[in-house]
Ligand binder design. Structure first.
Ligand code: C2E
Ligand code: MG
Ligand code: MG
Ligand code: MG
Length: 289
């Protein structure tokens, strides 16, 4: 079974352990081909600021359409790529693609966020890969953000801290992804140079419905304030969630309500993105009463 993400391809497709192993091998071989033959693509999901109702950034998300099996979720193929070492090449592809794409967006205030796997930090060449991607694309370092999960931090702390500090020094910002789901040790937050915390979708799903969740989300937002770190909420699907988050002081929202992961038109990156201005009026009325 997959150790990563708690989701197993066994439950997804295969009916025995042998079949799972077989399937993993097939997918791995097919991924190698896809990397050579342009079979992967990258889509972008909007991140919108609640303070000024403006589009702030896009998160790059990897997509793969298998020639026979069709669309395969990154939650399935990323863990396989991590186990087999393919993640290095795949990660480089996403990084370069995202930087090249973002460099063409007509609005140069927009950042691009790229997900990194812990495995990509193992080689120690990560800083170099990032500076090369920036150099070759011409993207300003301030426009790149990397998203990492807490699992990275339990691995090899000293070398990871070193890498993150170098990346941070370059002007690239660092976000902690899926916050609250991993081995959340608050000490990580002080030891690593984070600029942003992304509250996991599993919390956002239940805000306004469950008092405990509301309290946790409020506490994370408070933590962000005191650490001077921006807070993003992931998985915002409904207006009511955005309203609650805005009232609670959350900085940035991301989710289907504002925009699905999609292609970005470089000439008009703002197209098809719902900004948060629509929710402002309602919240003012509510707080005034
Ligand atoms: P993530 O980085 O936490 O990305 C957010 C995931 O939530 C994306 O799934 C996105 O499509 C989905 N999402 C966004 N808004 C909503 C919403 O309102 N409702 C719901 N139900 N889902 C929403 P996706 O693209 O399937 O990616 C899943 C995970 O795979 C990512 O989670 C990330 O951990 C990993 N991943 C994706 N692309 C890459 C990549 O290029 N490199 C690495 N290392 N991991 C990647
Ligand atoms: Mg992410
Ligand atoms: Mg996330
Ligand atoms: Mg996630």
């Amino acid at each position: 079974r997959s150790k990563n993400g708690g989701r197993s391809i066994y439950t997804w497709y295969a009916s025995s352990m042998d079949e799972e192993l077989q399937l993993r091998r097939e997918l791995e071989a097919e991924m190698v081909r896809a990397l050579k033959l342009d079979g992967f693509s990258v889509v972008y999901q909007a991140q919108v600021g609640l303070g000024d109702n403006k589009l702030k950034a896009f998160e790059a998300l990897l997509r793969w359409v298998h020639p026979e099996k069709g669309r395969i979720s990154p939650e399935i193929f990323i863990p396989i790529a991590e186990d087999t070492g393919l993640i290095e090449a795949l990660g480089e592809y996403v990084l370069n693609k995202a930087c090249n794409d973002a460099a063409l967006w007509s609005d140069t205030s927009l950042k691009v966020a790229v997900n990194f796997s812990p495995a990509q930090f193992k080689t120690g060449e990560i800083e170099q890969k990032i500076s090369e991607a920036l150099e070759e694309s011409g993207l300003a370092p301030e426009r790149l953000e990397i998203e990492i999960t807490e699992s990275l931090l339990i691995a090899d702390t000293t070398s990871v801290v070193k890498s993150l500090k170098k990346i941070s020094k370059m002007g690239v910002s660092i976000a902690m992804d899926d916050f609250g789901t991993g081995y959340s040790s608050l000490s990580y937050l002080s030891r690593f140079p984070f600029n942003k915390i992304k509250i996991d979708r599993s919390f956002i799903m239940n805000i306004g419905k469950d008092a405990h969740t509301d309290a946790i989300v409020a506490a994370i937002i408070g933590l962000g304030r005191s650490l001077d770190v921006l807070i993003t909420a992931e998985g915002v699907e409904e207006e009511i969630q955005a309203k609650i988050l805005r009232a609670g002081g959350c900085d940035i929202v991301q989710g289907y309500y504002f925009g699905r992961p999609a292609n970005v038109d470089p000439a008009n990156p703002h197209a098809n993105i719902r900004c948060s201005s629509g929710i402002e009026e309602t919240i003012q009325i509510e707080t005034a009463s």
